[in-house]
Design a protein around this ligand. Sequence first.
Ligand code: CTP
Ligand code: MG
Length: 181
Amino acid sequence: MAVLETIGVAFWVMLPAYVPNNAAVLAGGGRPIDGGRELNGRRLLGDGKTWRGTAAGIVAGLLLAGGLTMIAADVSGTLGFEVPTFTPWAALGLAGGAMLGDILASFLKRRTGRQRGAMFPGLDQLDFVVVSLPLTALLATDWFLTWFTLGVILVIVVLTPILHVGTNMIAYKLGLKNEPW
Ligand code: CTP
Ligand code: MG
C-alpha cells in the first residue's frame, strides 16, 4: 500500500471506533454503569461511565459503519484506492471495543486512585485501540486480517493520539467536556 492509501484506510477503518467516545460525551448522563458501587473504597468505574453514554456510543459507531459501508464504493472510486465496507461483526468489534476499552481504562484509573476526569497519559489516548483491535480480530477475523495490515496498525497507533487530543480539545472549548483530555 502507498503511504496515503495506508493513512486513508487506517482513518476510514477506525472511524466506527473513534466516534463512540464522542457520542458518549454528547449523550452521557443518567445512571452510572457501576451503580455507585465501590471496590476498596474507590468507585468501580465512576460517574463518567453511564449506560446511556455507552449505548449511544455503540449505536453511533454501528450507524456510522453502516453509512460508510453504503458510500464505500463511491469513496473508493473517488480516492482511487479501495476503502473497506464493514461487516456487522467488524462494526460491533470496533464500536463495542472502543466503549469497552474506555470503560476498562476508567476501571484502571479508579484502581490507581485517580478521580473522575483525572488525566492518564497514554491510556486516555489509546485505551479504545487496545481493546477494539483485538475484539475485532476475534469477531471478524478474516475481515481484520484483510484490512489491518502492519502499516495500517502503525498509522493507527500514531494517528489516534493526535486525533484524540485534537477532538477532545475542541469538545472542551465548546463546553461539551469538562477537561481537555
Ligand atoms: N460518558 C458516558 N459513558 C461512557 C463514556 C463517557 O456517559 N461510557 C460521558 C460522561 O458524561 C463522561 C464524558 O462522557 O463524563 C467524558 O468521558 P470520559 O472522559 O471518558 O470520562 P470522565 O468523566 O473523564 O471519567 P474517567 O475519569 O472515568 O475517564
Ligand atoms: Mg476523561
